[in-house]
Design a binder for this molecule. Structure first.
Ligand SMILES: Cc1ncc(COP(=O)(O)O)c(C=O)c1O
Length: 424
């Protein structure tokens, strides 16, 4: 690890206090033109004694605006202290988690995975148009049938056609023949440029798409492509479980990644993370943003600097080994639950290096699903699947209780018992 150290609370406090001191102090400095201020002091009382030991809360009260992107070009000087922490955060994630070369990536803390995914597709759409003179109707999004709906939003917003590749209904892996077939259909429609979204953990199954399958197949078809990894769910898990993972910047075909700190990292909402290899983000430079010092190349506009600090604090509170231990605990619980399901004869889908277990609906009564807060694959029609996501709060004793009740419900329901003898 190059950057990812564990820091004590006092060490973090010192660094954050210095960063905040390097930002504008609205009380001490005269700043007549900036349309921003600290949080309203009549509501957010600045003198509360506990704030002394709470650097993050002080950051929220000081309310730095991290508008723009701070890994390239100039940035607003008013918030330069905390922008530095955001830069450090992007560099830590790119290099220490996703194996990028030092200082080879740009990125920012977005509102969430949705924004980070849209940012990626926006960037590649423009890149194909700027670099290759591509027409809008020659560019397409390509992703698996289990891709998150943020990609459908991007397709709609950016006016891009989207192709969905079927997956195997047991392994949940992309079907290579179907991928080739889908590319052929797209080419017949005049598509020459592909924006691939490869899932590093699908929302419902936690299944992992193979970026190298996409890269090989698209190369064989002689078309240009860019691969974005949607690691909104798995980005803070999978790299810590699969130590041989190549789903990172060591693969030259991977150009950008989405993560969500507000999922596995348990950060406050508003902490999506977008990371791209350098030399690409300039394609979404908005020239009209001239009143901002530096380049605004983000979808967000104004955004909270305190959120970047929150993610920085979480990572440095654990350190890389602490995070590995935490993820291993969740994987242990997931393994435990899968073993118990095996004993009951219940079939399910689980990627062995992820913490989602997805169970066919035929095993689960509606009452059990409600009682245990299982999430269905659809709310619009009768569901096919329910999922368990083994987060920090999902402990063994909760899983034990669920398994006992599931066993009871299966043994009192003869039709369900009969079903358990059939493969999924
Ligand atoms: C794989 C995946 N991508 C993107 C998103 C969107 O993330 P957000 O809700 O932070 O916008 C989600 C959310 O569940 C997700 O699971």
């Amino acid at each position: 690890m190059k950057y990812w150290t564990k820091l004590s609370h006092a060490e973090q406090d010192e660094i954050i206090t210095k960063a905040l001191a390097d930002n504008i102090d609205y009380k001490q400095n005269t700043s007549l033109g900036i349309p921003a201020s600290r949080l309203d002091p009549t509501v957010f009382y600045e003198q509360a004694p506990f704030l002394k030991d709470a650097p993050l809360l002080r950051a929220y009260i000081q309310n730095p605006n991290h508008i723009g992107c701070h890994t390239l070009g100039d940035s607003e000087l008013f918030f330069r202290g905390t922008q530095k922490l955001e830069r450090e955060l992007i560099e830590l994630i790119s290099v220490d988690i996703f194996k990028a070369e030092p200082l080879s990536c740009d990125g920012y803390v977005a509102s969430g995975g949705t924004e980070a995914n849209i940012q990626a597709i926006w960037m590649y759409r423009n890149l194909f148009m700027h670099k290759y003179d591509a027409q809008l109707n020659e560019i397409a999004i390509l992703s698996s049938a289990h891709t998150h709906y943020s990609i459908a939003k991007a397709s709609n917003l950016l006016n891009l056609v989207s192709y969905s590749v079927p997956v195997d209904d047991k392994t949940m892996e992309i079907l290579p023949d179907q991928l080739g077939e889908t590319i052929n259909i797209a080419k017949d429609h005049g598509i020459k440029y592909f924006i691939v979204i490869a899932n590093l953990g699908t929302t419902m199954f936690g299944s992992i798409d193979s970026p190298s399958l996409y890269a090989e197949t698209l190369s064989n078809h002689g078309v240009l492509f860019k691969i974005h990894i949607d690691g909104a769910f798995g980005g803070f898990i999978y790299p810590f479980v699969d130590h041989e993972s190549k789903i990172n910047f060591s693969d030259p075909n991977i150009s950008s990644i989405t993560l969500d700190a507000h999922k596995m990292l348990q950060a406050p909402y508003g902490t999506g993370i977008f990371i791209a290899r350098k030399g690409q983000l300039e394609n979404v430079y908005t020239r009209e943003a001239s009143y901002i010092n530096g380049m605004d190349i983000t979808l967000s506009g104004s955004r909270s600097g305190a959120n970047a600090i929150a993610v920085w604090m979480i990572l440095h509170s654990y350190g890389s080994y602490g995070w590995l231990e935490k993820i291993n605990k969740l994987i242990y619980r997931t393994d435990w639950c899968c073993n118990e399901l095996n004993k009951l004869g219940v079939t399910y889908y689980r990627h062995p290096k992820m913490n989602i277990i997805t169970i066919p609906v035929r095993y689960i009564t509606t009452e059990l699903a409600h009682e245990y807060g299982l999430v269905p694959d659809t709310h619009e029609e009768a569901p096919n699947w329910y999922k368990i996501v083994v987060m920090d709060h999902v402990e063994l004793h909760h899983l034990q209780k669920f398994i006992t009740e599931l066993g009871n419900s299966l043994s009192t329901n003869t039709s369900k018992l009969a079903i358990t003898n059939n493969p999924a």
